[in-house]
Design a protein around this ligand. Structure first.
Ligand code: ZN
Length: 138
């Protein structure tokens, strides 16, 4: 496992992109809407890992819910795994709560699943696996 990216919930994606472009001294290299979660993402490369800014695309987006409860800020930490189903089975056995039984489609060509933050000291954990050729249909 390595940290693939950290996700940061923002209320104004355009302004957050400008802020992070200044902070990291590089341009956002990719923007992508993830319809399943009603979010628009913006990515920055930071060495082997990335920063993912997350803005809501609709009123009932998970990002709006998060921001109304906790304000802007760190939303999740994403670990890349080799085999998502294997990791899901292992963590389930260890007593972690998966937020969905099956992987969903994430941004950046990934299959993803989230773990409940109550099991990881308040941190929402995302597991992600890069979609390899021929495996892109779930
Ligand atoms: Zn993420």
């Amino acid at each position: 496992m390595h940290i693939d990216h950290i996700g940061i919930a923002v209320s104004d994606l355009e302004s957050a992109i400008r802020t992070y472009e200044k902070l990291l001294n590089r341009e956002c290299y990719k923007r992508e809407v993830v319809d399943q979660q009603a979010v628009e993402t913006a990515f920055f490369k930071t060495g082997e890992s990335k920063v993912e800014l997350l803005g809501a695309t609709s009123e009932n987006s998970v990002i709006n819910t998060f921001i109304s409860k906790r304000g802007e800020g760190l939303h999740h930490v994403a670990f890349e795994v080799e085999n998502l189903e294997e990791e899901m089975a292992r963590l389930k056995k260890e007593g972690f709560t998966l937020l969905s039984d099956k992987p969903g489609v994430g941004a950046d060509n990934k299959r993803i699943v989230f773990l409940h933050p109550k099991d990881s000291n308040g941190v929402l954990v995302e597991l992600c696996e890069s979609i390899k050729d021929g495996r892109s249909n779930l």
